[in-house]
Design a protein around this ligand. Sequence first.
Ligand code: FE2
Length: 498
Amino acid sequence: MGVKGSRSTPWPHLPRFVIMNTEDWSYGIDPGDLPQACPDCLRPFWPIRQPTTLEAFGVSLIAPGEHPLAGLSTDLYFPSLPDLFGHLRRTPPDYIEIFRGRTVDLREARNTLPESLPLTYHGDCLWYTQPDYATRPAFREEERRAIRHMDALNSPWMIHECAQKSMAGFDFGLYAPPLLTMEGARAAREGALSLARALGDRLLLVETPPFPPHPPGDIDLASFFDILVKDSPLAIGLDLGHCLTYLAASGHPIDIETALEWLDSFPLERVVEIHTGGMHFLPLDGSSWPVDDHAFPLPDLLFDLLEKLLSRLSLPSLQGVALEVDNKEAGNAAREFLRFREIVRAHSRPGGTPLPSPTGSSPLLTDYPRHLVREQYAHLARALSGAIPSPYSRHLYDSEIWEFGGNMSELFPETLSILSLSGIDVRQSFVEFFNRVPHESSPGQDFLEIKIRRTAEWLDNLSTTGHALHPSLRAVHQREADLLLHAQHLYNGDPNET
Ligand SMILES: [Fe+2]
């Protein structure tokens, strides 16, 4: 939530992936780099690790006892992969994590990049936190799409935020946090186990989500994750920046020692991947709030926290540590990766231990009052939309609805100008309408498509609540909506294959 790197494609959704010239990219050992020695075990390691084929270790990136890899997490569109790798010749990543995109583009990425470079998949739109996840057919369709994407990349796993952009019929542009209650944790566990079963042999990494500056809920995030993964096949993706946003939202000071103490209570034994991404601090209501935003540089605080976490706490199953650089200018991403890679190489300890298999001795923990969780999610959505005052609902919600996925002023310039001439405060009116009542959307729908549909419903609502709309308004709106939907399908369509 807030102004963070949500990986939801901004508008316009250009450019698409461009074929890169692999001859220009020398993946492998750079003679200018010298081997380094691990300060813990004195084992020499090479500046760029010898690539490991996935076939060698099944669904793992590394063999047990190897050091975790230093990777980059990005999307296919900005920065473009060719641009990014043009800047990474001397410091290539050990693996790349790629965010959900069109199947055709993911295949092209896999075919274009060196075969020996492992690619992993960052999923989206699989809202397993929701109590209807296991039973709603639309999620089965999204699971098939995700499996197709992982096949395209030959990815050993999927990482996916334990969060949602849609809940109980309310929609948001960015990830909204999960319900931090006992029932919410059990609902997420049920959904995640259902998703993990659908993935077959591939691992599901449930990722610590970002939190907006808003009261986060009744139970601690570490306890929530404990319930979520306990005695299950689920792995964890630990996003350090997201953890800082949780600590801030729950009233903790933002410093290294507090973060490490909290992490010590977290189920670190199931962490398979760590994320760090850019961050900035936003002054709101007299406090400074960390905001996860990958376009920003990584603050020293996150570099230092990563170093201390790797060197002080036990992470036996860790396989990869990824710097998230989506939305970052390629040259800056490459400079940041150099420092990041040095920290991972110097401070990580051997990992890769397979996760313990479920013993079946713990109760399934998936028995919960479904209606109550749905009601709690509706309550959370209304709270975020303004029913409960918080720095987020007061200062950030409005721009998320109006601007994210496409600024309304640019999407519907003529429609809004006709409405403004009749005296309507279009921004206030649309934002107030957007989540006033529940409205169903399908999980794979882009926020832009949801906004287009809600705009038509908003006009209907205006006309039935006493506003005399200009006679040409409907035709103007239809023309603008048709153009947007045509472009959306042309550039971002990803039809399911049979
Ligand atoms: Fe992340």
